[in-house]
Structures are given as structure tokens and as C-alpha cells.
Design a protein around this ligand. Structure first.
Ligand code: GDP
Ligand code: GDP
Length: 455
């Protein structure tokens, strides 16, 4: 008879925090100048309107945190760019597509003083086919005079149009109530992982290792343009990046875009920022400079990632500068320097030339899958029983500790608890971890093992 271990499945491992619960996502779509940014600022509770007075400027697609009636959600402003007349329809369609891929609820903004154009009709058609809830809002309705015109928006087939004025705030409370009503309590199940919205990635590494360059490479946009726009008051926290057919949320990239340089205590702030990015993320890409020896700072970043329990991918950047000699040297260096993360995937990239950056997404996916993995308790114990009878724990003080059973207390990262009759040496715990990885994988994810001694 197989033992029933299910009662132990919900035990808390006791060490290590879980990642913060994911928030549901609202995506805002619409033509340029209909008032999306103004409305987004209103929703996230900012006073200043976004001044977007430079035509042709590429603004990022950005995500913000919003809070209404005690509920947190993420707002994604999908429409940052100013397409030419020909490209307009295509670019609004692209926004809608991104929204359908990433959001739990979509907000279509139509300029109430203009009404629905052919662009909105096309987008509405696409949105109607998606299974996502869509909220239609008529913007720039500053007073009652436009109310009669708003009714014509029913023709878009998206239900009741909600009038708002992002500028004055009129109707925005009612709109927020509707949004909250449609947002799921827990976000939709994405990639079968049980979380909603794009997976959260931290891009970390010492200064000048190439973080900004890589972000630019991944987004294919020249973000320095954004820096030079006067009056760009948005301080976006994250960037949405599409890689390998999937949208990812690169967290806390504002500093990378703005190239903030601190004067005093720079290193302290940089490290604080790194820590907070790692903690917000589910997986970290740790950038290392392939053509320089591993530095103390690199190891500090790695330690932060390991201690946070996040999944991790190592990216050796500036590979274009690496020659044969350096490669040999590196092999030795890595053996010593990276002993703590033998399980992390390594990719050799060049942000400058674009070499192998396409390998990042698959590595991220592998790492997150490992991070999410749950081993059924029955299978775990079957395997463990065999392992232990073949290689029992070393005798201590004349007594041999027995391993009674094990359970996976949590995922993210996978955390195991061994119940024993005595102390297990660290070397034996490492042995178990090694074998656990051989059996169940966990490539790219830390694994935690704790021991509970039963009296
Ligand atoms: P976006 O391109 O869709 O993000 O639009 P913006 O938010 O940048 O707004 C475009 C223009 O419309 C700006 O000049 C805003 O000041 C103006 N605008 C936005 N919301 C309102 C509103 O509620 N009432 C009025 N009268 N003007 C608005
Ligand atoms: P950050 O401080 O980590 O954001 O680093 P940056 O992206 O600002 O890059 C620092 C310097 O390294 C810049 O001069 C980049 O042009 C350069 N750089 C970044 N990636 C590469 C690369 O793959 N190869 C080479 N040769 N230089 C790079």
C-alpha cells in the first residue's frame, strides 16, 4: 500500500519567502491623442498629465501599479507611439494584440469629442473576438454637452460606453468601479503556471556590464530618444518586452532607461535597487562581463539572487570581446566563482552585436518551469526511500539518523522538508540535493532543503 502523504503537501517549509502574489492586469488601448495617458495617470493617482508634444517620439509600453478601493492591479499603457497615417491602423491593432496576450481586462479608449473612427471599428471587431472582457470608455467628456453623442458608441458592439474626463476626473471613479468589477480576484492562469500577466524578470549586474544595452537590444527601440523629451513626466517602473512569442515584464528598468547616475553613495543605491528588482521578479538575468575576471560585485549580485530564492539565468555579455585565451581562463575562473550556482543556465551573449540573445527566452522559460515544479509526495518518497537504503546517512555519535519521510512544502523555489530522527550533516544534505536535481531537474532554480528532527 502506498502511504498517503497528501496531508503534508501544504506544510510551510519555514525558510524563504514566496514571491509576492501576482496582480491582475488592465491594458489600455486606443488611437494616439485620445487621452490614454491622461486617463492612466488618473487611474494610478498621479496629478501631472503626460505631455506628449513631440510628434514621432517613441514612448515605451509601460506598466504601472494602481490601487483602488484597497485592491491592487497593474495598468499597462500599450499605446506609446505616434504612427504615421498609414501605419495607424496597424499599430493600434498591434496594441490590441499585445493587450489580448497580456491583460485580464482591456480598456478601449475612444475620444468622446470625435466618436468612433474606422480604426476603432476595426479594433472593436478584433476585441470582440477575444475572450477577454473589454470596457469601452469615451474620453474627454468634460461636461454634459457630449453625453448625447456618446450613445452612438454602442454601435461598436462592446456594450455600454462609460464617459470620463481624464483631465478633470469626471466619471473616473465610476469607471474604476467597473474595472474592479471585471478584474478577476486572482489573475488568469498563464502558461499553465497559475499566475497572471507576463512573467517578471529582473535584469541585474554590476555597473557597465551592459544592462541598458541589452534592454535596448531586446526591445529594439532606441530609448535614449525618450530621455531627451522635455516634460516626459512618466516614471515608468517596468518594461514589457516581447521575446520568442511571449511578453515578459522586465521589472524596475526605469533606471536603465533614464541612466540615473547617483553622486554620493552610488554603490549603495545601486545595490538597493538590485535587491528590490530581484525581490519583485520571479527570475533574474544576472549579467556578467565575459571579458573581465569575475568581480566581488558580481558575486554579491549572485548571492542576492540565490538568497532571494528566485530562478536565475547567467548571461555572459560582451562575448564579442572574448578570444581563445580568455575562454580558457574563464573556464577555470567559473569553476571557482560560480560554485554556488552550478544549476544556472549560462548563455554567452553580446548586447552589442545581438549574438545569442535569442537564447535568453528559452533559458528563462526553463528556469521558471523548474521554479514552479511540484513533485508529488508519493513519488518523492518512493525515490527517497531507494536513495537512502542505498546510501544511508552517516552515523553520528554511534547513532544512525533515519529519514522518515519528505514532502515538498512549497514551490517558487521548490522547498523540501525532510523529517528525520536525528541531525543530518550538511554534506549529506548536499548529496540529497544533488540527487534530487539529477532525478527531477530544477535547472535554473534554487532548491531548498530543510530538516525537521522528530523527537
Ligand atoms: P494619448 O496619446 O492617447 O496617451 O493621449 P494623451 O493623454 O497624451 O492626451 C492627448 C491630448 O488630449 C492632450 O493634449 C490632453 O491634454 C488632451 N486630453 C486628455 N484627456 C482629456 C480630457 O479628459 N479632456 C480634455 N478636454 N482633453 C483631454
Ligand atoms: P549598464 O551600466 O549595465 O547599463 O551598461 P551599459 O549598457 O551602459 O554598457 C556599458 C558599456 O559597455 C557601454 O559602453 C556599452 O556600449 C558597452 N557594451 C554593452 N554591451 C556590450 C557588448 O556586448 N559588447 C561590447 N563590446 N560592449 C558592450
Amino acid at each position: 500500500d502506498e502511504a498517503d502523504w497528501s496531508a503534508f503537501d501544504d506544510l510551510d517549509g519555514g525558510d524563504g519567502e514566496q514571491a509576492a502574489p501576482p496582480q491582475p492586469v488592465l491594458a489600455v488601448v486606443g488611437r494616439p491623442n485620445v487621452g490614454k495617458s491622461t486617463l492612466v495617470n488618473r487611474i494610478i493617482g498621479r496629478r501631472e498629465a503626460v505631455v506628449q508634444d513631440v510628434p514621432g517620439v517613441t514612448r515605451d509600453r509601460v506598466a504601472y501599479d494602481a490601487l483602488w478601493n484597497g485592491r491592487k492591479f497593474t495598468v499597462v499603457d500599450t499605446g506609446g507611439w505616434e504612427p504615421d497615417a498609414v501605419g495607424l491602423q496597424a499599430s493600434v491593432a498591434a496594441q490590441a494584440e499585445l493587450a489580448m496576450a497580456t491583460a485580464d481586462v482591456i480598456l478601449l479608449v475612444v475620444d468622446g469629442s470625435v466618436g468612433a473612427t474606422s480604426t476603432e471599428e476595426a479594433v472593436a471587431k478584433a476585441l470582440r473576438r477575444s475572450k477577454k472582457p473589454v470596457i469601452l470608455c469615451a474620453s474627454k467628456v468634460d461636461d454634459d454637452r457630449l453625453m448625447a453623442d456618446i450613445a452612438s458608441l454602442w454601435s461598436l458592439g462592446l456594450g455600454e460606453p462609460f464617459p470620463v474626463s481624464g483631465l478633470h476626473g469626471r466619471g473616473s471613479g465610476d469607471l474604476l468601479d467597473v474595472i474592479l468589477d471585471r478584474l478577476p480576484e486572482t489573475p488568469r492562469d498563464d502558461f499553465g503556471s497559475g499566475r497572471g500577466g507576463p512573467r517578471r524578470v529582473a535584469l541585474v549586474g554590476k555597473p557597465n556590464v551592459g544592462k541598458s544595452s541589452l534592454l535596448n537590444r531586446l526591445t529594439g527601440e532606441d530609448r535614449s530618444v525618450v530621455d531627451s523629451v522635455a516634460g516626459t513626466t512618466v516614471d515608468p517602473v517596468d518594461s514589457l518586452v516581447e521575446l520568442d512569442g511571449e511578453v515578459w515584464r522586465f521589472v524596475d528598468t526605469a533606471g536603465l532607461r533614464k541612466r540615473v547616475k547617483f553622486s554620493g553613495g552610488a554603490e549603495y543605491y545601486a545595490s538597493l535597487r538590485t535587491k528590490s528588482a530581484i525581490e519583485t521578479a520571479e527570475v533574474a538575468v544576472v549579467l556578467l562581463d565575459a571579458h573581465e575576471p569575475l568581480a566581488e560585485q558580481d558575486l554579491r549580485v549572485l548571492t542576492m539572487v540565490v538568497e532571494s530564492g528566485r530562478a536565475c539565468v547567467l548571461a555572459f555579455n560582451k562575448w564579442d570581446l572574448v578570444d581563445e585565451d580568455r575562454r580558457t581562463e574563464m573556464v577555470r575562473e567559473l569553476e571557482r566563482g560560480l560554485v554556488r550556482v552550478p544549476w544556472a543556465d549560462k548563455v554567452n551573449i553580446s548586447a552589442l552585436t545581438g549574438r545569442a540573445v535569442h537564447k535568453l527566452a528559452p533559458a528563462l522559460r526553463t528556469a521558471l518551469n523548474s521554479w514552479d515544479t511540484r513533485v508529488p509526495t508519493g513519488r518523492l518518497n518512493q525515490w527517497l526511500t531507494e536513495l537512502i537504503s542505498a546510501t544511508p546517512p552517516p552515523v553520528r555519535g554511534g547513532k544512525q539518523p533515519k529519514v522518515l519521510f519528505a514532502t515538498q512544502a512549497s514551490t517558487r523555489p521548490p522547498t523540501f522538508v525532510l523529517f528525520t530522527t536525528g541531525f543530518l550533516e550538511a554534506s549529506y544534505r548536499r548529496f540529497i540535493e544533488r540527487r534530487l536535481r539529477e532525478e527531477f531537474g530544477f535547472q535554473g532554480s534554487p532548491v531548498r532543503i530543510s530538516v525537521r528532527v522528530r523527537e
